[in-house]
Structure formats: structure tokens, C-alpha cells
Design a protein around this ligand. Sequence first.
Ligand code: BES
Ligand code: MN
Ligand code: ZN
Length: 499
Amino acid sequence: MEFKIKTGDLAAHKTPCLVLGIFEKRKLTGPAEAMDKVTGGRLTERLKMGDLEGDAGRTLMLYDLPGLAAERVLLVGCGKKKEFTRANYRKALAAIAVVLQQSGAGEATLALPESRPEGMDVYAGVRDAVVTIDDKLYRYSATKEDKQAPKTPLKRLTLWVDTKPETAPAERAVRHGRAMADGIRLAKELGNLPGNVCTPSYLADQARRLGETYKALKVEVLEEDRMAELGMGALLSVSHGSRQPAKLIVMHYRGTKSDTKPLVLVGKGLTFDAGGISLKPAAEMDEMKYDMCGGASVLGTMRAACELGLPIHLIGIVPASENLPDGAANKPGDIVTSLSGQTIEILNTDAEGRLILCDALTYCERFEPAAVIDLATLTGACVVALGKHPAGLFSADDGLAEEILKAGEAAGDRAWRLPLWDDYQSQLDSNFADMANVGGREGGAITAACFLSRFTKKYRWAHLDIAGIAWLGGKEKGGTGRPVALLTQWLLDRSGATE
Ligand code: BES
Ligand code: MN
Ligand code: ZN
């Protein structure tokens, strides 16, 4: 999909489909009003017939309008003008994508309301359009024939801006949005692939492919023997219960010549989580193929950073493994020694994410990072606490936490901060090791974060629990590509591209 920016005489603009916005109740937006005049009031006439009130996401296709160079006009409801929210804006965008994809247009021009949702400027409005529409157009077809594949897929979308000076920020928004959308696509696709395809080795191959595509990206994959030499006893203990060898994927992006300390992203790449000997119940266990979504989002974000050529120093790390029951698998009560030297009593083999992450986090120390963010589908408890809307954010560093919250708001990919107080640490006490890998039922997302905090003392660090946001279940089952948008926004902010 190609996105373009244009301005000028809308009535004379040739396009297979012109998309105009309508507010409730039957109120024309600026561009719609202008086109209504050109057509001698045809739009108002049609609205009077009662086919479209303006509810967000409702649409109406019109043909044969006099005075317009456009072959069709698609009217889309944007909700109430007084409460033009980002949610309604996105609803309208998503609806447009669906209708256009099913229409024979193949190409369209969007002239949405001149007024934007509160707090959104031209840049934000255009970028949201690009990301939301591309998100809606994604279809999975790797292992299934796409029977509803559109005959005339949407190939080009032109976004109309009112004035010439708006074209520069709008074009920047297209560039940023396109990169984000591609990162999101990659994360979704990897998440959706089944566990027997998307193994740790497959993830490593995908990372290598990124390294071949982008010159500034160097990819290194640590094998199990190397991890053993280093002393990654926690990570390896998880993969010993699986026939798939673990991989530690290290992606090094240098977008700047200066010797700045790197930002590091660490993503949980558990390609299937059966729970191990502490086996999970059968219901919905298939969804545990999504337990590598943290890692997938690191790949997606690396891709976006490469695509944009961001002037930053960035490292992406993905510890990848399966968690299965097997004769060599961890047993409850087993004690392992982590790369940090701290010993861990594994009371529940299903709390494996923190075991693979803790060694990856210790490994980060060698890069002397400016900041580290890890993202992991870490706990069901986080989903219970926050539901499926925000990611759970944990950090002892208020500055870093603020940056992440702000990036999430700006990208429409939000996080919500939960406490990381020392009060919770004692729940991890063990009689036989430096710590246990679980802290009981209470505050499960927090004690998981507390566990990780014991391996991140040497740098600024934040943890995102993405268990609730990385995929959707039920009829809409599929990866979301979250939080690629949040992370890319954070990198854009850090690189000064959004100032
Ligand atoms: N990958 C799961 C977390 C998860 C569960 C994410 C369900 C999304 C939906 C993780 O490895 C896990 O099993 N966590 C346990 C921790 C518990 C044993 C302390 C959990 O959440 O039940
Ligand atoms: Mn688990
Ligand atoms: Zn897991």
C-alpha cells in the first residue's frame, strides 16, 4: 500500500473514490460541504433521505455526482462533531479501509474533517490514518487460502490536506506511519504463525533476514553451547525441556557514528508455552503460540528504526525458546544458577518467561545501555489487573516511565503504570535459593516485575507486561503488533524526530 499527500482543488481531483466525512446528525464536514456546493447540493439531498446519520464507522457509497472529477464518493460517519474523539476517528478510518478493500476502486483519496480529534495536529492525524488503515488491511495467508481476498485490492491512498504548509508534516507522518505499519505487520505475522513453524530457529532466521535487508543492522545469534559457556543457566533450563534449541538473538543497529550508549529492547520470544511440567490446562492453550510476541515486537520495532534510518544506537535482544514437558524439563523445586550468579528455585515451571528474560537482561550489561525496555507476555495476572487495553508498565525510574507513558499516548498504544515497590519483594523469598520464580497469587504481575528488577540494577530499566495487548482471542483471534507503535514513538522521541 502506498500513501500519498496532496492539496489543491478537490472537485477537480481525479480519483476512483473520494472519501468525505459526515458528523452526527447529518452535518457536513468542511470538505464535504465544499463538495456539496459543487454538486449543487446532492450530498445534503442524499443525507435527507436518511441513509446516513453520521454515526462513527457507518458508510454510504454514492455514484454519478455532477461537477466532481471523482468516480465515486464514499461518505463516512465520524460521530458527534463536538466530541470528535480519536476512537471515533479510528473507527471511521477502519470502516473506510474495509469498504474500499471490498469496492472495485483500488485507489482512493481521503478528505476527512478539517478539524481533528482533540490534541491531534496534521502530523498525528495523518499518521493515525496510515497506521490504522494498514492495520485493518492486514490479512493472514501463510498457511491458509485467503478465500475472501479482494479482487481489486486497495493499492494507493491519497490523503488530502487543506493547505500547502501542511504537506511537510503530513509527508513526514506518512513516512513514520508507513515504517510503524510495516513493523506492526511483521510482529503480527510472526505472532500468527503456528508454533511448529515459528520456532526459535525460525525467529533467528527472520532476524538474520532483517540483517540482510538493512546495512546498518548486524545480527548475531548465540547458540546453546555459547550460552552454556557464558553461564545462562536459567534460560537453558527452560529450553532443555524442548527439542528445539534455544537461540539468543542479538540485533545491533547503528544509525549514528558517534559513540553514544545504546538503547536496548529485550523481547520474550517463547515460541510455545505449554507450561512445562506445571502443564497448562487445554482450553485456549493454542494461544500460547503468541508467547513470543514480545520478541516479535522487538523485530518489528528494529525494522521500523532501520526503515526510518533513525540516528540512534539501538540493540534488540530476543531470548527464544519453547516451554514443554519432557524428561529433561525443569521440575518444580529445581534450582538453577542464572548468568548473574543468583540462584533461582523453580516452584512453577510455567513462570518460564522471567527465567529466559533474566539471563538476557544480565547479558545487556555488557552494552552499557542508556536505557533498557523489556516487553513480555509475562503474566495472566496483568490481564486480570488491567484488561486488554493498556500494557502494564513497571519501572523504578520515573523519568523513563513518563517517557514511555507519553509515547504510548502519542501513538495510541497505551501503557498504564503499576507499582514496583520493595514491599512486594519478600514474596519471592525461598528457603533454598536466592529467590523463587513465583511470588504467589497476590499481585502476580508485580512480583514478576520484581523478579526481573533483581537483574537490572546496573542500568535504567522499564518492563512492559504485554500479556493483555499482544493478541486478540475469540472470533478476531490474531496478533495485534502491539507495542511496536509505542516503542517506535519512543525511539522517534529519543532521536529528536518529533520535536
Ligand atoms: N505466557 C504466560 C503468561 C500468559 C498467560 C500470558 C495467559 C497471556 C495469557 C506465562 O509464561 C505464564 O504462564 N505465567 C504464569 C505465571 C504464574 C505461574 C506465576 C501465569 O500468568 O499464570
Ligand atoms: Mn508460562
Ligand atoms: Zn509464557
